[in-house]
Design a protein around this ligand. Structure first.
Ligand SMILES: [Zn+2]
Length: 500
């Protein structure tokens, strides 16, 4: 519920005040309040102490596809969902003291996919679209070309020094971003052996799922939580949750059984009830694979047949488990489906997942100390979402642009338009006939925002993303930086300047 507060009390003056000067009761309401707000913010900035340089723990949060327009829209969405003023609402990420702009182009593309961008953050180099943990000297999909070009990830480097490590995502665990923690491959789509050409197998390349269970980095992970069971099970094995689905592997390997054999004191879970029985005092390791492919969008999670943990629950459990390490830990957490909802042209699910991602950041801040834990939040790349028109303050972020409550602004075709839109994607429709958003429920979960260029899948976008951080070393994330600079800042915070 939004409370509109009159901007003035004298009728003649009121008429001259545009509608967008109205603010909700919990936002600054007048000149004196804005000045007080600015002065208080300045004092906070001046008092912000430079954090220590060495971190015991690092938590890297990647909101897949969480560009700056998504950050802003999700902030308004979260504020309005809480019954507050959305525009001035402060999320957990907004409250982090240090920030920089990040250049996300890849070695060979102006607009990148998640494989080279996650590689930049996790392994410190730009590479080609489609490749993970392999230098740009290799060619996409060419197994032999990757020989000698593999680059280690922060996770592997931390394991070499005895730190505990974990990966959490809402996508399949073999998807590009989580794979950047433990896999090296010239083709991100090689999630199971069934996705690989025979030549690649003959040349000795292995699929991403197998690298997770058998690889030198993957096998040392203490906590692994996400979706993607199908890539770990042979075709002959039925999925435990979804009738009619089965494993994808063609080599007959049951990699979940292999993990259980290798970790007799580990805990495997494929639903929320099993996940909740994990006991970090008893179980040395945790593997959770909660869907055959990606986990549910947060908006759909309650309808999951067997039940899935939330990103907050996975984050809290991962931190509690890894905190038992006496040498610290490195944890990668991905809000992976913000990206998928954007690809579908569906802002509702993207913002709901972005809000859940922010709640996971809040949980991590609650469970850790800024004295010893570096928390880095960023995105791998952006999406074509825009926030446009001149909607009045407090206008529902998923609504049609209104110049005053109940008074929609009309375009040149006499129809309304929504604040949120996409430059391309399925929302354009194939005949380019524009529906009138004023006549439909644009806040409905399945509503697709209108788009300009008709594409079956909305695309990534190439403008800079933000990195925002707190804790040891966070103050080095400032200015406008290359994406792979993030890796070096984290590495130095963890291992010190002498470690190269
Ligand atoms: Zn994507």
């Amino acid at each position: 519920m939004r409370l509109y507060r009159p901007a003035c009390l004298i009728a003649a003056v009121c008429l001259a005040v545009p509608a967008y000067a109205q603010t909700a009761a919990d936002a600054a309401a007048d000149t004196a309040a804005y000045r007080a707000q600015g002065e208080a913010a300045l004092e906070r900035l001046k008092r912000e102490p430079v954090p220590p340089s060495r971190a015991r723990n690092v938590i890297i949060f990647i909101g897949d596809g969480m560009g700056v327009s998504t950050i802003t829209a999700a902030r308004i969405f979260a504020g309005q969902a809480a019954g507050k003023d959305g525009e001035s609402f402060e999320t957990a990420m907004d409250a982090l003291p240090y920030a920089a702009l990040v250049k996300t182009y890849s070695h060979d593309a102006q607009v990148s996919d998640s494989a080279p961008t996650a590689t930049a953050i996790m392994a410190g180099i730009k590479t080609r679209n489609g490749m993970i943990g392999v230098g740009p000297e290799a060619q996409v999909g060419n197994c032999a070309s990757g020989k000698g070009q593999l680059v280690p990830s922060l996770i592997g480097l931390a394991q070499d020094r005895g730190l505990a490590t974990g990966v959490v995502t809402t996508t399949g665990i073999t998807h590009a971003t989580p794979a950047s923690a433990y896999a090296q491959t010239v083709q991100r789509d090689w999630e199971s052996d069934a996705d690989m050409p025979q030549a690649a197998k003959d040349q000795g390349c292995t699929d991403i799922a197998r690298q997770l269970i058998e690889g030198s980095t993957g096998a040392r992970l203490n906590v692994v939580l996400g979706g993607g069971r199908t890539h770990f099970l042979p075709k002959s094995v039925r999925d435990p949750e979804h009738a009619g689905k089965s494993g994808a592997r063609g080599d007959g390997r049951d990699l979940i059984a292999a993990w259980q054999r290798a970790n007799p004191n580990g805990h495997y879970a494929w639903n929320r009830a099993q996940f909740l029985t994990f006991d970090p005092a008893r179980h040395t390791r945790l593997l959770g694979l909660f869907e055959p492919n990606h986990m549910q969008f947060e908006a759909d999670r309650a309808k999951d047949p067997a039940g899935e943990p939330s990103l907050v629950e996975m984050t809290e459990t991962a931190i509690r488990a890894l905190s038992r390490s006496d040498k610290g830990y490195v944890l990668l957490i991905e809000g992976g489906r913000i990206d998928h909802a954007h690809h579908a042209g569906n802002a509702f699910r993207a913002l709901t997942d972005a809000k859940a991602f922010d709640e996971a950041v809040a949980a991590a801040l609650r469970l850790t100390s800024a004295n010893d834990t570096l928390i880095v939040t960023t995105a791998d790349h952006s999406h074509t979402l825009t926030i446009s028109g001149y909607p009045v303050r407090g206008n529902p972020i998923l609504g049609a642009v209104a110049e005053a409550p109940g008074k929609p602004q009309l375009a040149m075709d006499g129809k309304g338009y929504t604040t949120l839109g996409y430059a391309n994607g399925p929302g354009a429709g194939h005949d380019h006939a524009r529906h009138d958003p004023v006549a439909v429920d644009t806040a409905a979960p399945d509503y697709r925002q209108q788009a300009t260029v008709p594409l079956s899948s909305e695309t990534h976008a190439g403008e800079d993303v933000a990195v925002r951080a707190s804790g040891p070393g966070a103050h080095l994330l400032r200015g406008t930086i290359e994406q792979h600079t993030i890796f070096y800042v984290i590495r130095e915070a963890l291992f010190g300047a002498a470690q190269k």
